[in-house]
Design a protein around this ligand. Structure first.
Ligand code: 13P
Length: 255
């Protein structure tokens, strides 16, 4: 397995943090710190209202901007929702779909995740698809079944060509925001399981080229070890993406 053929992606997920002015200030501070770090793609997924100012602040830098969710309809009577066309026009390049917080608090299911993935890809966005097991599921020994099912359903109807615009973030729910990180071995094992699912669905070549991130309390201290694992091609970072120094350390670990 040759990791160097895959794209490493370090992405921040700001969740419900940072106002538009704070977003601008953050990116202005971060840009010179990560300038020239071409060993990975650098993405910040930000709240909807922060996207336009973030895109503006990131112009001419190597920082790409993404959203944290997208609705599955092209347009219509969906009060409070945001479409792929809207995100595209405002300059978002990526979108996080199926985050466990959406699944836990906002009724997201594997089926709605699939619909959002298809809509995002049709709308020209790159998808960061999140999968991951609950603590109870890990304890029951069904992690493999859970992440395989989440991956298979989310990718239903996604063509091999479209898959080039998808990456997966393996985020064990018990590791998110808890300070409890999966061990590098656990992260590597499940990222490998996901790669196996991609191989079954799309073939060995596609699975070798496919980027799989780890997410869940990745920070400045543990990033290098997690990223050294053969199946871990990047990180989706919550808390540590809100601090320019910590996020830069993680970007450096991916070089
Ligand atoms: P933390 O890094 O804060 O644990 O969050 C991870 C996450 O949910 C990224 O999407």
């Amino acid at each position: 397995m040759n990791k160097s053929t895959r794209k490493t992606v370090i992405a921040g997920n700001w969740k419900m943090n940072m106002t538009p002015s704070a977003a601008k200030a953050f990116i202005t501070e971060l840009a010179p710190m990560v300038a020239g770090k071409d060993g990975c793609d650098i993405v910040l997924c930000v709240p909807f209202v922060d996207i336009a100012p973030a895109v503006e602040a990131a112009k001419g830098t190597n920082i790409k901007i993404g959203a944290e969710n997208v609705h599955f309809a092209k347009s219509g009577a969906y009060t409070g929702e945001i479409s792929a066309d809207m995100l595209n026009e405002v300059g978002a390049e990526y979108v996080v779909i199926g985050h466990s917080e959406r699944r836990q608090y906002f009724g997201e299911t594997n089926e709605t995740v699939n619909k959002r993935v298809l809509a995002a890809l049709a709308g020209g966005l790159k998808v960061i698809l999140c999968v991951g097991e609950l603590l109870g599921e890990r304890e029951q020994g069904i992690t493999e079944e859970i992440v395989s099912l989440q991956t298979k359903i989310a990718l239903q109807g996604v063509t091999a060509e479209q898959l080039k615009n998808v990456i997966i973030a393996y985020e064990p729910v018990w590791a998110i925001g808890t300070g409890k990180t999966a061990t590098p071995e656990q992260a590597d094992e499940v990222c490998g399981i996901i790669r196996g699912v991609i191989a079954k669905l799309y073939g060995a070549e596609a699975s070798e080229a496919f980027t799989i991130q780890y997410g869940g309390s990745m920070n400045a201290k543990n990033a290098a070890e997690l990223l050294s694992k053969v199946n871990v091609d990047g990180g989706l970072i919550g808390g540590a993406s809100l601090k320019t120094a910590d996020f830069t350390t993680i970007v450096n670990a991916a070089q």
